[in-house]
Design a protein around this ligand. Structure first.
Ligand SMILES: Cc1cc2nc3c(=O)[nH]c(=O)nc-3n(C[C@H](O)[C@H](O)[C@H](O)COP(=O)(O)OP(=O)(O)OC[C@H]3O[C@@H](n4cnc5c(N)ncnc54)[C@H](O)[C@@H]3O)c2cc1C
Length: 474
């Protein structure tokens, strides 16, 4: 019996069964999926992880890798009734090595993003990935979802930081690929294949990540702009003036500020909250000096003269900068004050953003009169959180019932402009049918072949990412 063998391998603290409280592992963050796991395995080392994968393989038990369980597409939930084993990496959280000369850190998969970033900071280096979920999200989860953060415009997604991995494949064998080499063209790049694979190809046990210098100078500005097109004009200007110091460029509508100011008692918007759109701009340099502020001021003055920016505030200190970011980070939670929201994590080519927003909202207004769009996001990467709040005159149930039709409309527009239906959160369970329906058929077929080659018995996260296999268990 698999559970008895697992208990012997992992010891009493390494295996939790339904007699224990499993709710923390079974409860998905947004409460969208109900999960009932066979048990929760908590290996304490790569050796134990490998052993448990072998036991599960021998007994035909499917495994669901889980990190901080903060994913937003149902990738870390068990399906069926007490059929699948959740493999939590939470006990594998040590920092194995910090190498200043190669500017890299090697951590176990269950180490939180925040913990890894703090260790890098202590050594005078920076792990350049910032997520609001960073206190719980783990390095394994962040890599498996190829998370992107506020700083993607400058540093790229999680995969841009991966130098090497240690991972356990479906037959239980361990790949020891913890290299800190910046150059290694000796064949296929397995680490990059596993980044973004959402636990369907292997279980990541540890990772070596590239670090950057810590910033010495930072300027954060809040701008009022009339439209997404004006925001893009400012983005072009900021890129030219600030170069690679431009670290974040976030677009938010007035409705987002209305929600946030209702939600947070003590918050204040740096400009008139009712202006059409808001931009949060962050630039950082590791070269100290007043030149960064000078460059920012000149760019903003030129943008105001050109009529692209109607008002602007620059944070005078760190506390104010954090206050600006708090407004931005609160939008997702604050949307609840408006009722039900239907959320889409999209990306479209940056130049297409203004037209995409106006044409899609035009179609949605016809479909759902009175719908309240709260479209915001990392506009510098073309990543929009295309969120729609229920009309004041419509019931929550009535609005939810329109979700399939709304999704169809939004995703058709995304495909039309050459965008992606899953920008940073992944496919998981939530978007797998859409991947099948709208993804390039050759690409989906090649993905299936890769899955078949690495996990022929479908023991890792079955049914996630790839739509139901015509001949399989889905
Ligand atoms: C408040 C909040 C803010 C967020 N902000 C962002 C954001 O800005 N950008 C962004 O991209 N995402 C964001 N997310 C989504 C989420 O935080 C990220 O997806 C994060 O990367 C998930 O990490 P995790 O450890 O919680 O993974 P989990 O939720 O536990 O798992 C996510 C997926 O990865 C797989 N997985 C987990 N660990 C491993 C492993 N060791 N080996 C193989 N597969 C594994 C799981 O099977 C699952 O498919 C946010 C979520 C929340 C709740």
């Amino acid at each position: 019996m698999a559970l008895a063998e697992l208990r012997e391998l992992l010891g009493p603290t390494g295996l939790l069964t339904p007699d224990d409280d499993l709710s923390r592992y079974e409860q998905e963050w947004r409460g969208r999926y109900r999960s009932q796991a066979l048990a929760v395995a908590r290996p304490g080392s790569t050796r134990e992880l490998s052993g448990l994968v072998k036991i599960c393989g021998a007994h035909g038990v499917a495994m669901v890798p889980q990190g901080g369980n903060t994913g937003l597409v149902g990738g870390a939930v068990a399906r069926g009734e007490r059929r699948e084993l959740i493999v939590s990496l939470e006990r594998m959280r040590s920092i194995r090595r910090l190498d200043i000369d190669s500017a890299s850190i090697t951590v176990e998969a269950g180490c939180t993003l925040e913990h890894a970033a703090a260790a890098a900071r202590e050594a005078g280096l920076r792990l350049p990935l910032a997520l609001a979920s960073g206190g719980s999200a783990t390095i394994g989860g962040v890599l498996a979802t190829n998370a992107g953060g506020n700083e993607t415009i400058r540093f790229g997604n999680a995969r841009a930081m991966v130098l090497g991995l240690e991972a356990v494949f479906a037959d239980g064998r361990v790949w020891s690929g913890l290299s800190s080499l910046r150059k290694d063209n000796s064949g296929y790049n397995l680490a990059q294949l596993l980044a973004g694979s959402e636990g369907t190809l292997a279980i990541i046990a540890a990772a070596t990540l590239a670090l950057k210098p810590l910033p010495q100078q930072r300027e954060v500005a809040w701008l009022a702009v009339a439209s997404p097109a004006a925001a893009l004009a400012v983005l072009r200007r900021a890129r030219a003036a600030l170069g690679e110091t431009l670290t974040a460029f976030e677009l938010m509508p007035a409705l987002a500020m209305e929600f946030v100011l209702t939600h947070l008692d003590d918050a204040r918007c740096p400009v008139d909250p009712e202006v059409g759109w808001h931009v949060l701009l962050d630039c950082e340099s590791n070269v100290r000096g007043a030149w960064l502020r000078e460059a920012l001021l000149q760019a903003l003055e030129a943008a105001m003269r050109a009529g692209e920016v109607s008002d602007a505030a620059i944070a005078e200190n760190r506390q104010q900068a954090e206050g600006f970011w708090r407004l931005r980070e609160s939008i997702s939670d604050a949307q609840a004050v408006g009722g039900v929201s239907l959320k889409h994590d999209l990306s479209v080519p940056t130049a297409a953003i203004p037209k995409f927003i106006s044409s899609t909202l035009g179609l949605l207004e016809t479909l759902v009169p009175g719908v309240r769009p709260c479209v915001f996001g990392h506009v510098g990467d073309g990543n929009l959180h295309f969120n729609l709040t229920q009309p004041r005159s419509m019931s929550a149930e009535g609005f939810r019932a329109l979700e399939p039709k709304i999704n169809e409309t939004v995703f058709a527009q995304v495909v039309q402009v050459g965008g992606s239906i899953a920008a940073e959160h992944g496919i998981g369970l939530l978007r797998r049918e859409w991947l099948e329906a709208l993804g390039d058929p050759v690409r989906v077929e090649m993905m299936r072949r890769i899955k078949q080659a690495l996990d022929p018995r479908d023991v890792f996260n079955p049914g996630k990412v790839l739509p139901r296999d015509p001949g399989g268990s889905g």
